[in-house]
Write a protein that binds this ligand. Structure first.
Ligand code: 5GP
Ligand code: ZN
Length: 116
């Protein structure tokens, strides 16, 4: 838990979010500014600042997180048509919230992967 972290506050319930899925390690909720008809964020409940903070000892947790991303996408009904997953890391990656999160973007065909 990081006191100043927005997503830690969502995990603790201090800030409300449209929750989609929750277990002891993972939380999924709707993005507040959806870029596609379906736009969800899946996060580890434990504070990790970015993908770059993952350690070799976190492999089990990371595997669970990724499997739950696929589960949430199925629950949201976008799995058959397909969806985009995105992890932005630090400044050049366009990361705005410093708590590791995986975007699920679906409900329409998304454009090229990198905009200029
Ligand atoms: P990033 O740019 O860091 O990869 O993505 C951060 C995402 O968090 C953005 O898509 C943004 O819309 C979303 N976001 C920022 N603040 C909030 C919030 O308070 N609640 C929710 N549900 N999403 C948020
Ligand atoms: Zn956090």
């Amino acid at each position: 838990m990081s006191e100043s972290c927005l997503f830690c506050k969502i995990v603790s319930g201090a800030i409300p979010a449209g929750k989609i899925y929750e277990d002891d390690q993972v939380l999924a909720f709707h993005d507040i500014h959806p870029q596609t008809p379906v736009h969800a964020l899946v996060i580890p409940k434990r504070h990790l600042s970015s993908l770059d903070d993952l350690q070799a000892t976190d492999r089990g947790e990371a595997g669970h997180l990724l499997e739950r991303v696929a589960h949430v996408a199925r629950e949201l009904g976008v799995a058959d048509a397909g969806y985009r997953t995105v992890i932005n890391t630090r400044e050049h990656g366009g990361q705005e919230v410093d708590h590791l999160h995986i975007h699920i973007l679906g409900g329409r065909r998304v454009g090229p992967m990198v905009s200029r």
